[in-house]
Design a binder for this molecule. Structure first.
Ligand code: NDP
Ligand code: 2IT
Length: 449
């Protein structure tokens, strides 16, 4: 284990004992605790107030049954979750994931990361995450609607605009948010900004759809600028082809890069002429089809039925935007051997700890998820502000705020890394900068809640 400080080792050992099977959660915690060593050594009050012991334990974990009826009239049962991790600096905030792999470990890792990410945005949002092991693939609109309504039938009693504000994540996009919002409004007889990522006609924010992918590129652009470089003429590989990947493609292309490969869980496409994000939007948002159908639009492209193979495509910039642990040490070494110059995480924890270490050892600037993909939740925060004001800002206003938030996140992560004598280590910097604000709020608010 990489953790050397005795207090942190003790906290981590206790966590392993209590949650032996939660490998994703333990992985996320190990990374953060390793980064916090210099802080714990300098700040005895953090140890005295047991801040680390407290911060690794969710304030509340809700697990519930979701029963719905499919198109054949069969009753289906799924498990729903909401992990309300930390509310020291604001209402719980974070997405809802709908994917068959969802379990408590994945919900807790996502909720834990969200606490620090939300803190980094500078906006008053605590951290949470939720979702279900429901598989939206191949379901009709009616089935999606009935599932979302059934899910909200339980969730509504635990959330609220000043309590907990969910949003989208894997498998949860504009359609699902609409059904969830409709059911909440009906159950509470209340029209409030209880969810973000809403449609524009009922309180959504312009630029929220684009925000995570755009923000990722704004952050990457800061990494490039710090190295005296730019997106211009760079070859880019983006895994995934969902919300984050699609708009990362758009912005990377607008900034002068060429996106030559994208993927979904069935494999990856390669198009040396550059992939047009509008074709991906058509395939994924309109047709709800597989990425291989890209060849119907661009017959000269190729499809390889192996999603991990995307990391063997030569590129200057790699942006993993699909899911956790999709990029392991072996893939990192292939990217490095092929001359990758920058890596930034659009998905949550897409790189394994070993892959991250390999990039850092090779001296490749690495943008960690908490910082690099924070543009989505930051813009959710801006949606909450607009809802509170009962006003809507223009696309340009929201996009300008997003750009300035991403610049600030880069600057605070870089400054925190410098402060602990690890210049350029954005993993350590982001973890420290995100942590300190929450830790101070917890100490100031008293120990026994
Ligand atoms: P989407 O559901 O829109 O897209 C997910 C993409 O990732 C799809 O291409 C999907 O392929 C692929 N994918 C999902 N699971 C797997 C898997 N197990 N193996 C291989 N490929 C997989 O989700 P988002 O784009 O919203 O989210 C992508 C990542 O970004 C997630 O890690 C999410 O937590 C993170 N994120 C999202 C934010 C947002 O605002 N939406 C904000 C910050 C982070 P397929 O369709 O074949 O399943
Ligand atoms: O991982 C994430 O930051 C998200 N899925 C977005 C959360 C949000 O509340 O917008």
């Amino acid at each position: 284990m990489a953790i050397k400080n005795e207090y942190l080792q003790g906290v981590y050992a206790g966590l392993v004992q209590r949650n032996p099977d939660q490998k994703e959660f333990l992985q996320a915690v190990e990374e953060v605790l390793t980064s916090l060593e210099p802080i714990v050594e300098r700040r005895p009050d953090i140890v005295k107030h047991k801040v680390i012991d407290r911060i690794v334990e969710p304030e509340r974990t809700i697990m519930f049954r979701v029963t719905w009826t499919d198109d054949q009239g069969n009753i289906q049962v799924n498990r729903g979750y909401r992990v309300q991790f930390n509310s020291a600096i604001g209402p719980y905030k974070g997405g809802l994931r709908l994917h068959p792999s969802v379990n408590l470990s994945i919900m807790k890792f996502l909720g834990f990361e969200q606490v620090f990410k939300n803190s980094l945005t500078g906006l008053p949002m605590g951290g949470g995450k939720g979702g279900s092991d429901f598989d939206p693939k191949g379901k009709s609109d009616g089935e999606i609607m009935r599932f979302c309504q059934a899910f909200m039938n339980e969730l509504y009693r635990h959330i609220g605009p000043d309590t907990d504000v969910p949003a989208g994540d894997i498998g949860t996009g504009a359609r699902e948010i609409g059904y969830l919002f409709g059911q909440y409004r009906k159950l509470r007889n209340e029209f409030t900004g209880v969810l973000t990522g809403k449609g524009l006609s009922y309180g959504g924010s312009l630029a929220r759809t684009q925000a995570t992918g755009f923000g990722l590129c704004y952050f990457t652009d800061e990494m490039l600028k710090a190295a005296g470089d730019s997106f211009e003429g760079k070859t880019v590989v983006i895994s995934g082809s969902g919300n984050v990947a699609t708009y990362a493609n758009q912005k990377a292309t607008e900034l002068g890069g060429k996106v030559v490969a994208m993927s979904d869980s069935s494999g990856y496409i390669y198009d040396p002429n550059g992939i047009d994000y509008k074709v991906i939007k058509q395939i994924k948002e309109v047709n709800r089809a597989r990425i291989s159908t890209y060849l119907d639009f661009v017959p000269t492209a190729t499809f390889t039925p192996d999603c991990k193979g995307i990391w063997s495509v030569k590129c200057d910039i790699a942006l993993p935007c699909a899911t956790q642990n999709e990029l392991d040490e072996e893939s990192a070494n292939i990217l490095i051997a092929n001359g990758v110059k920058y890596v930034a995480e659009g998905a949550n924890m897409p790189c394994t700890l070993e892959a991250t270490a390999a990039f850092q050892a090779a001296g490749i600037p690495f943008g960690p998820a908490k910082a690099a993909n924070a543009g989505g939740v930051a813009t959710s925060g801006l949606e909450m502000s607009q809802n509170s004001q009962r006003l809507s800002w223009t696309f340009e206003e929201v996009d300008a705020k997003l750009q300035s938030i991403m610049k600030n996140i880069y600057a605070s992560a870089a400054a925190a890394a410098q402060e602990v004598d690890q210049p350029g280590n954005l993993v350590v910097g982001a973890n420290i900068a995100g942590f300190l604000k929450v830790a101070d709020a917890m100490i100031w608010q008293g120990d026994a809640f």
